[in-house]
Write a protein that binds this ligand. Structure first.
Ligand code: AMP
Length: 110
């Protein structure tokens, strides 16, 4: 079981920003920007590459919630990141959208 599943199940606390029947948004424990949130589906999808056609609406919902938590925190500019696979930096194998804001972002990302 992943740490995010434990957060969904309430076994591990989180700093919750938003929740509905399909997803949960909370602050990242190791923030990489002044505002760093994670949006995760309650359904245990491992990574975006494992999402199937039936998950399309859910994936769109995660993106809309990501934009909402940034806006609710007062940010117009933000960056969304999804790491897919270990080589891309994914450390928790439960799909999540990073929401980063509050500082200038560089491009290309590292
Ligand atoms: P990734 O490396 O893309 O898989 O992102 C996983 C993120 O989860 C990292 O930014 C971690 O800091 C974050 N994280 C890990 N454990 C927790 C936790 N218990 N609460 C909040 N964020 C966490």
């Amino acid at each position: 079981m992943t740490i995010f599943q434990k957060i969904i199940d309430g076994e591990i606390p989180c700093s919750r920003l938003y929740e509905d029947d399909r997803c949960l948004a909370f602050k990242d424990i190791q923030p990489q920007a002044p505002f760093h949130a994670l949006v995760i589906p309650k359904k245990p999808v491992e990574m975006i590459a494992k999402a199937d056609e039936a998950d399309e609406a859910l994936c769109g919902h995660l993106l809309r919630v990501a934009a909402k938590v940034a806006k609710d925190a007062g940010y117009e500019a933000f960056r969304l990141v999804m790491n897919n696979g270990e080589a891309a930096g994914q450390s928790v194998m439960h799909l999540h959208v990073h929401v980063l804001a509050g500082r200038d972002m560089t491009w290309p990302p590292g």
